[in-house]
Every structure is written in C-alpha cells, then in structure tokens.
Design a protein around this ligand. Structure first.
Ligand code: SF4
Length: 358
C-alpha cells in the first residue's frame, strides 16, 4: 500500500507553508483543506477546486488513504469497531461509540504498547512504532466516511484518545493531531470535547499542563498503592504513585481544570471496600477537581486470571467513594456483543493469522 505520508498529518499552516515552498499559491491550502474536511474527498481527483499541477504535486508527495478497513464489527447498541490495516501491514483498532451527548471516536496512537497493563489485550503486543499525526486523523476520517455512507448527516463530535498505545509516549504527534482536529475550518472538534488518557508519565503530564489546552486529561490509576498498582501496571515501577500524584498536583495547580481517574475493577484484586477506602484517602486532597470513572472489567481470553467484579462489589466500591465525597461514576458499557475490550479484535485477528501473541 501507499507509504507516502498522510496529507491529514498537516495543519492548515503547515500545508500553506509546504505549498509556498513548492512554488504554489498559499491560498490553495484552504481549497485543499475544504476538499479534505468538508467535501471529504477520498481521491485527489475529487478536489475539483485545485488545479491539475497542484494535484500532481500533492499526489507525488502525499497519500489520502494510508490505511484500509480490514474488519468491521457493528454491535446492537450502535458501537462500531474498525480493525484497520496500515501501509506497513500493522493492524490498529478504532471504535465509534454512540453516546447521549454525541458520536465519540476512540483512537489508537501506537502499534502495540509498552506500558504492560496486565489486564489489557493490546499490551500483549509490544510497541513496534508510533502512529503519525496523519494516521490518527485518518482514523477519525474513516469513521466520518462510514457515517457519511449511512446518509444520516451524522458527524463525529467527540474524541477519546484511549485506544491502543500510550499517547504521551508519542507526544509530538499527539499534539499535532489535536491541533488538526480542533481547527475550526476542518473537523472543528472543540478541545473540551476531546479527552486524552494516559497511564501516568509525570513529565508529560506537566508538559500537557503547560500547553494551556482545554482538552481533558484522564489518568489510568487502577490501584491506590504501589504494591497493587505495580501488579496491575508495570509502568508503576518507573513512575510510582507518589511521582504520579506530584504531577497531578502540578496539573491541577497550573490549569485549574478538572481531572479524571480511570479505575478498572478486577474481581477480588482491587475491588474490595478497604481498597476503596484507601483510594478515597489518596484522592481526598483532589476531590474538588477530580472524579473517578469505575470501569467493570471486560474479561478477555488472554487474561483468564482476571474476572469481572460482581454487581455487589461494584456497588460497594462506589458507595465507599461516594460516602467519602469522591465524585465517582460507573462506566456504561459499549458493544458488549462484539470484541469490545481494547485490543481484543486486533489480538484475535493476529492469533488467527498465527502472529506471535505471548
Ligand atoms: S491499557 Fe492502554 S496503556 Fe495499558 S497496555 Fe493497554 S494500551 Fe497500553
């Protein structure tokens, strides 16, 4: 497949600059931009407002489609999971979720992941490379084209950067991606409709705070102490809870914005009332600005050591937090009749193909 860089990786300014450097009028950038994001051209030929010489130039240097749809699963609740194949053959996942507030897309930022969360199907496959900003934008465009084909006039309204990979381990491309999707002349997805989720890399949390963006931040916590968190997330060895909480303090002091903690509930591992009380102690100082999203575990074949918490355990955990004044929610599930857990579709496909999955 075409290995030229994706044209979606350019901001409008970068596109203008590139055109000028290549002897074209800067003003053509807005025509190309409109063809990409309003007309949603799938071939350069469809950019009818752009002259032939400029189209040749674009064709020579860029690709409009660097990925293909490999598998698509549609759930009865409207969730759609896309398994996409990149130009180098790698597979990634992108998910469309229908929420009360709009249509949200969960994007992938890396091929594989090095964070090593012990419950995650994606983490079984080591990171082989970062995605470019263009490849992340193209995931949104793939979903938008799917919606366009349905003819309902629906538009992607929200983005969660929570798919395969650690977005803060691909920081530059992430920031470029955010700039592109927020552009009012393009996809125009407002920063406050975007959430970036990190496993907790302290210096990148600080750098993100310093950007002064309105984009929401979520942190995968999953345990209130180092012993348990290291068991669940290998990254805690490098960045223990004390360092993570220092970075959270910096983020809250610098931005004054709210922060979300993600907590996956694993039966009889981290879902006891005592653990909930310990979590309430840890988050007590942040409770004005922090909320915690409790996520009942979606069992996957690859991690048979983990089971879903019982309804009583989920309720009990939630109650302890609520009584302590911690703002908590239990995440609604999406796509339970398809391979809903992150990375599940990809790892299943790779297994079927005999690709090594440890
Ligand atoms: S949960 Fe996210 S950060 Fe953890 S291994 Fe899976 S993809 Fe990586």
């Amino acid at each position: 497949m075409n290995s030229k860089p994706s044209i979606y990786g350019l901001t409008l300014d970068a596109l203008s600059g590139w055109l000028t450097e290549h002897g074209e009028k800067k003003s053509r950038a807005s025509h190309i931009w409109e063809a990409l994001y309003t007309a949603r051209a799938t071939e350069f030929e469809q950019m009818t407002a752009v002259n032939a010489a400029c189209l040749d130039l674009l064709r020579e240097h860029f690709s409009l489609n660097t990925m293909t749809e490999f598998v698509k699963q549609e759930a009865s609740d409207g969730t759609v999971k896309f398994l996409l194949q990149l130009h180098d053959g790698s597979l990634i996942e992108t998910v469309l979720m229908r929420k009360k507030y709009g249509l949200s897309v969960c994007v992938t930022t890396q091929v594989g992941c090095n964070i090593g969360c012990s419950f995650c199907a994606s983490g079984l496959i080591k990171k082989s490379r970062d995605l470019t900003a263009g490849e992340v934008v193209e995931q949104i465009m793939t979903v938008q084209r799917y919606l366009d084909a349905a003819g309902s006039g629906d538009k992607v309204t929200n983005i969660v950067v929570m798919g395969i990979g650690e977005p803060f381990d691909n920081f530059e491309h992430l920031i470029n991606f955010l700039e592109i999707v927020k552009d009012r002349k393009g996809l125009a997805i407002a920063a406050k409709r975007i959430t970036v989720s990190t496993s907790g890399i302290p210096d990148k949390i600080r750098a993100f705070a310093d950007l002064g963006t309105q984009t929401h931040l979520a942190i995968s916590l999953h345990a209130p102490n180092n012993e348990l968190r290291t068991r669940i997330m290998k990254i805690n060895r490098a960045f223990p809870i004390e360092k993570l909480m220092d970075a959270v303090r910096y983020y809250l002091d610098t931005t004054g914005r709210r922060i979300m903690f993600e907590y996956i509930l694993l039966s009889e591992v981290n879902d006891g009332r005592e653990t909930a009380a310990e979590l309430a102690d840890l988050l007590d100082e942040f409770k004005e600005l922090a909320s915690i999203n409790l996520i009942p575990y979606n069992p996957v074949d690859e991690h048979s050591q983990y089971q879903r918490s019982t309804a009583e355990a989920i309720d009990g955990f939630y109650d302890v937090l609520k009584k302590r004044g911690i703002n908590a929610t239990v995440r609604m599930e999406h796509g339970t009749d398809i391979d809903a857990a992150c990375g599940q579709l990809r790892s299943k496909q790779m297994k079927n193909e005999g690709t090594a999955v440890s």
